[in-house]
Design a binder for this molecule. Structure first.
Ligand SMILES: Cc1cc2nc3c(=O)[nH]c(=O)nc-3n(C[C@H](O)[C@H](O)[C@H](O)COP(=O)(O)OP(=O)(O)OC[C@H]3O[C@@H](n4cnc5c(N)ncnc54)[C@H](O)[C@@H]3O)c2cc1C
Length: 401
């Protein structure tokens, strides 16, 4: 008789796990709480699904699961999807997308292939309990119960609860012997003092953004920063958000609005502008470098006002140095954390997993995808982890290491 494998969650990692287990000959059933599988996949990459990255450098991953690099290296995203009849295209930054440019075609490819392999997908089934009886696992979905030789928990994390992922399975997993670390929203805006950002709402600027903890920069990202009513946003802020979430008010964000220049070059540019534009209102001093409202706000922060000729406000070197310091390192306090509804992924999760993603000490129970204490940066790193960890857990659960 084939080995019976139950997969909890029909998202990215659950579908990859189901396919891998079925390819090894297991009888696989996916239990999905929503009326259909893969809802989140449809939203990824703004509907285009950034399904992987050419170079999966370990530095793009964070968390406490130590075996992730080996799992990523063991999996070929392009070859996996070709086997499913889906071709990919890679952009100039190494991000992989389906050739169709549509997330729906990724979900279709997974569903069609899973069906071809005989995977049974049961929707509207929320797993509420998990229990081992000898060599068998019993899984309850309210009144209904299922039994299996192995169970793969692929129910995601807490991010984007409208996609079925609200962290509900972690309590069940804890009761079944999983060690679950503290979870925080990641890949999300960083809340800051509204008085600093509200006047700039809607503006975008290229900057080097650094997360500063205990006065020291711990990570920097260069790219577009967006100002919202209460937060700093944009891809580079998303990549810093897990540091902000874990460190809370101990953290600050520093913005350098002239990342292309050395400090000395920036000083010379500023001196030159003070001469060239000395007769203009100070609000115009930086409008050849930055969006006008941003330049004006920085001048106000340095000089207290921008309602005077630039040459008057910035006539001495000390005032110019004050503005220069703010242009290169303006600090924004972290005032809290974004909600999971604003986050794309969860930082933190299940930690006590062996290299096959089996829960240590709980024979036949596996965890994969975002439920693991591992999260990636923006750029296809999280889906790459979902497919590769799903495939690893699926093969192992089917009895094939
Ligand atoms: C808006 C958005 C855009 C994103 N874009 C990208 C991108 O372009 N590239 C990228 O790499 N990553 C992206 N991500 C992140 C990526 O989608 C996730 O990391 C990935 O989907 C995680 O896969 P998973 O299988 O672990 O969980 P999910 O895909 O979240 O699937 C988990 C499934 O489990 C189900 N479930 C939950 N609890 C239960 C239960 N008790 N019983 C049964 N079923 C349950 C859920 O309904 C859900 O269908 C994005 C995320 C969001 C929110």
């Amino acid at each position: 008789m084939s080995r019976r494998v139950l997969v909890i969650g029909g998202g990215a990692s659950g579908l990859a796990a189901a396919i891998a287990a079925a390819e090894q000959g297991a009888a696989v059933t996916v239990l999905e709480r929503l009326p259909r599988v893969g809802k989140k996949i449809l939203l990824t990459g703004n509907g285009r699904c950034n399904l992987g990255h050419e170079e999966l450098k370990p530095a793009h991953y964070h968390g406490r699961y130590p075996h992730f690099a080996d799992i990523l290296a063991d999996f070929d995203t392009k070859a996996f999807f070709r086997r499913l009849g889906l071709y990919t295209r890679t952009d100039s930054e190494g991000r992989m997308y389906p050739m169709s440019g549509m997330a729906a075609s990724v979900l279709d490819a997974l569903r069609f292939y899973a069906e071809q392999c005989g995977v049974q997908m049961l929707c509207g089934m929320q797993v509420t309990a998990l229990k081992r009886e000898g060599r068998i696992w019993r899984v309850s979905c309210g009144e209904r119960s299922f039994s299996a030789d192995a169970v793969i928990a692929a129910a995601g994390g807490d991010a984007a609860p409208s996609c079925g992922t609200d962290g509900n399975l972690f309590a069940v997993l804890r009761a079944a012997g999983c060690r679950v670390t503290e979870r925080k929203p990641a890949l999300c805006p960083v809340p800051t003092d509204p008085a600093l950002v509200k006047p700039l709402k809607g503006l975008r600027v290229r900057a080097r953004a650094s997360a500063v903890v205990g006065g020291k920069p711990v990570r920097s990202e260069t790219g577009e920063v967006q100002f919202t009513e209460q937060a700093l946003s944009g891809i580079c802020m998303f990549n810093l958000s897990r540091i902000a979430a874990f460190n809370g008010k101990k953290a600050q964000i520093s913005l350098n609005l002239l990342p292309e220049y050395t400090e000395q070059e920036a000083r010379e540019i500023l001196r030159g502008l003070c001469k060239q534009r000395g007769a203009l209102p100070a609000a115009e001093l930086l409008s050849g470098l930055l969006p006008k409202r941003i330049g004006e706000t920085w001048v106000k922060a340095a000089c207290g006002t921008a309602n005077a000729p630039a040459g008057e406000l910035l006539r001495d070197a000390a005032q110019q140095e004050r503005l220069l310091a703010l242009l290169l390192d303006r600090r924004f306090p972290v005032t809290g954390q974004a909600s999971f509804a604003q986050a794309q992924v969860t930082a933190g999760g299940v930690q006590n997993l062996d290299p096959q993603l089996a829960v240590i000490g709980q024979r036949g129970l596996y965890v994969c995808g975002e439920a693991v204490d591992l999260d990636g940066d923006c750029g296809g790193y999280n889906l790459a982890w979902a497919w590769s960890s799903g495939a690893r857990a699926g093969r192992a659960a089917a009895g094939c290491k």
